[in-house]
Design a protein around this ligand. Structure first.
Ligand code: MTE
Length: 307
């Protein structure tokens, strides 16, 4: 079962501010609204547990990882407003029929965004529950007609040192651009989302505007932000964190409480907001709570080896 509706969360909590206006603009951009007509956006609660409350928007937009803007959790919110996201060009290459350079608007045009409430689990052991808005990744990718040799898909973030301070830093250990990838069957799984908004608004720069991945059963580092390149490949791409520390970060990065990070356990997580007095710790679930939907993708694989 893909869709569950826990009774505890009321729709009012999910869209705290009336986002009618921004939504309408967004839908219009995507070619979904015409002359006075709007479509209601009904959120989908996927894989949520009864005690999963929506994380306050302020936390999800100010406690971030986006190393291009600095290594501190507050650096992205402080610096990412300088990023120019319009115009935005995406290069598509590799094992597909339609390759080349595409304007972001042309790729998303006519595709219906959906609101999906997903759990999000960072490898650093904090977690959130966020109302993401986006388009099923399969629908984005299918437009380019990948061929039979396409076994993996690679995504790259923008390189623009003039707007991304950490890309100018001589102390940075990351070899830019930030790279991530998925196996094609993972990318085509209906839970995989290309996110274009959150909390009923267009995606803030610090969260990866104009679009970023969201693969809810994987650790957060798979959710590459501000994507400018999509490449269909025969071999698995080397992802950024795997290149930096191969014994700590693998390609698959499936949330797995029984496989520890070499420097810390992954058995539990700190649900934000959390504090010294209320750590809000809870056990981590296999595949981040999405096992029913995705465990079959890894049948027969040793998940301690393919971490
Ligand atoms: N994408 C880029 N381009 N650069 C990054 O540093 N950090 C990743 C991922 N995507 C990162 C990135 C990590 S480690 C996490 S946990 C999530 O983004 C954080 O997403 P959030 O800030 O929206 O919560």
């Amino acid at each position: 079962m893909l869709i569950r509706r826990p009774p505890k969360i009321s729709p009012l909590e999910i869209t705290p501010e009336a986002s009618y206006v921004t939504r309408r603009r967004w839908l219009k951009q995507a070619g979904i609204v015409s002359a006075g007509l709007t479509l209601p956006m009904t959120p989908t609660y996927a894989g949520l547990q009864p005690d999963d409350d929506i994380t306050p928007e302020r936390i999800a937009t100010t406690y971030n990882n986006f190393y291009e803007f600095g290594t501190g959790k507050d650096d992205p919110a402080e610096h990412a407003h300088n990023l120019t996201t319009d115009p935005w060009t995406v290069t598509v290459s590799g094992e597909a029929k339609k390759t080349g350079q595409f304007a972001f608007e042309d790729i998303v045009k006519g595709l219906t965004p959906q609101e999906r409430i997903y759990r999000f689990r960072c490898v650093e052991a904090w977690s959130m529950v966020v109302p993401w808005e986006g388009i099923e990744l399969s629908k984005i990718l299918a437009q380019f007609e990948p061929n039979g040799n396409a076994k993996y898909v690679e995504f790259k973030t923008l390189v623009r040192p003039s707007e991304m301070p950490e890309q100018r830093s001589v102390f940075s250990t990351i070899d830019w651009p930030y790279v991530e990838g998925l196996r094609m069957d993972e990318a085509y799984h209906p839970l995989s989302l290309m996110v274009t908004g959150m909390y009923g608004k267009p995606l803030p720069n610090q969260n990866g505007a104009p679009w970023r991945l969201m693969v809810p059963w994987k650790y957060g580092f798979k959710s590459v932000k501000s994507i400018v390149s999509i490449r269909f490949m025969q071999q698995a791409p080397r992802n950024t964190w795997n290149r930096l520390a191969p014994n700590e970060y693998g390609f698959y990065a499936n949330v797995n409480p029984s496989v520890s990070h070499p420097r810390w356990s992954q058995a539990s997580e700190r649900r934000l907001p959390s504090s010294l007095f209320n750590p809000n710790r809870r056990p981590t679930l296999p595949f981040n709570g999405y096992a029913d939907e995705v465990a079959g993708l890894y049948a027969g694989m040793d998940l301690a080896k393919f971490y």
